[in-house]
Design a protein around this ligand. Structure first.
Ligand code: ZN
Length: 400
């Protein structure tokens, strides 16, 4: 611990608060390409204090189903990748996201100081521009330590996390390969610093139903009603929800004028399996119900989407990493536990690569995804020191 003192002091001196203020002043909603293209070079510049290669990479191509049922190319921002000492004996992955849930036309755009500056209220201050500042401060502190040569790392800061990382999941998976551990800088699960432990998975699907149009009065029996079929599918899916698998039919697009049997509908549905076995069951359920609907309504059914976030149970390697974070916190006089949560993040995808991950290493704060989002300012230094100590202890031992 004594050996780490100067590195921890360095973490405390980093310009985190100024960074949070300047980064949160830029709207970087996942769909705001202009804002993201302003944000990405700022981050690349900030991370260039590290000794590795800093690159901005284009998102992987993908598409989404429009309200008319057309596959449209997804427009996404660039992702930041930093690679430092890939040959080091201990290698870890650090991830964060530069995007926020607030679009360019959202009313929440400005930062407000509260409680004499102890609290910062603003878009993305906790989720997760504060987390990015913490990550960078911790890495800079590690670089100031003689242990730095023992630890190499990749940093990925993506621009589409809040919409499920469609254009960056492959980059994260590549960067996770061969790593001992991963740290992700989502804000703590509770304002007291409690970490998020197990997470369910999440899958988003657009199910396209094509029936047959007909006149509602003259020959309705010749029609095949896609809206009715989509409604039937929504009801059957909802009824199949159980402990371990939540199912939320969220929206039906399609249909048309009252005098026509509608021939097209798109059902959007989200499924959250707790365990990998629940995901397999969910996939079978969707397959079976699609066949039933196609047969009983005489329609064609196509599905688009998938489980972009696999379930993240806590396995023994993950448990060891949580204990390392917990004991590091104790060395700093902080008391930290973890709880399961219903949310998902890139930590799900990292865990699915077989790499143990603690994904709430970022700031303490709360009310994220709302105009009340806040950051507890003193947590910047606290969490930067925690992260730095965790990384230095990882550097000391080849295994978690
Ligand atoms: Zn987040």
């Amino acid at each position: 611990m004594k050996a780490h003192r100067s590195a921890l002091d360095a973490a405390g001196d980093a310009p985190m608060l100024a960074q949070v203020r300047s980064w949160s002043a830029i709207n970087s909603g996942s769909r705001n390409l202009g804002g993201l293209s302003a944000m990405a070079p700022l981050l690349a510049d900030a991370f260039s204090i590290l000794p590795g290669d800093v690159t901005l990479l284009n998102a992987a191509p993908g598409d989404e189903i429009s309200r008319d049922g057309e596959a449209m190319p997804l427009a996404l921002g660039q992702n930041l990748h930093v690679c430092v000492r890939p040959q080091a004996p201990v290698r870890i992955l650090l991830t964060g996201h530069m995007d926020t849930v607030y679009g360019v036309d959202h009313p929440f755009q400005t930062i407000t100081d509260r409680d004499d500056g102890a609290i910062l209220n603003g878009p993305g201050v906790a989720d997760m521009k504060g987390g990015i500042a913490i990550m960078l401060a911790a890495l800079a502190a590690v670089e100031a330590s003689p242990l730095a040569s023992r630890i190499g790392y990749d940093v990925v800061i993506n621009s589409d996390e809040e919409i499920g990382s469609p254009g960056s999941a492959a980059l994260i998976a590549r960067a996770a390969a061969g790593k001992h551990a991963a740290l992700t800088y989502e804000p703590s699960a509770l304002p007291d610093g409690t970490l998020a432990g197990a997470r369910p998975g999440s899958g988003n699907f657009s199910i396209l139903i094509t029936g047959r149009a007909a006149h509602a009065g003259r020959n309705p029996r010749d029609g095949r009603n896609a809206i009715v079929a989509a409604g039937d599918l929504a009801l059957r899916l909802a009824r199949a929800a159980r402990d371990g698998l939540s199912i939320n039919p969220a929206r039906i697009d399609g249909g048309g004028p009252n005098n026509m049997v509608p021939d097209q509908a798109i059902l959007r549905v989200n499924l959250r399996p707790v365990l990998p076995a629940d995901q397999i069951a969910a996939e079978a359920l969707i397959r079976d119900l699609m066949q039933t609907i196609a047969r009983e309504h005489d329609v064609t059914v196509h599905i688009h989407g998938g489980f972009g976030r696999p379930p993240k149970p806590i396995d023994p390697p993950a448990e060891r990493l949580f204990r390392l974070v917990q004991s590091s916190a104790a060395m700093l006089g902080q008391s930290i536990g973890w709880i399961p949560t219903g949310g998902v993040c890139d930590g799900n995808n990292i865990a699915a690569c077989g790499v143990p991950v603690v994904d709430t290493m970022g700031a303490r704060g709360g009310a994220i995804h709302s105009a009340e989002e806040y950051l507890i300012v003193e947590s910047l230094v606290e969490r930067a020191q925690l992260s730095a100590l965790v990384m230095l202890r990882l550097a000391e031992s080849a295994r978690v």
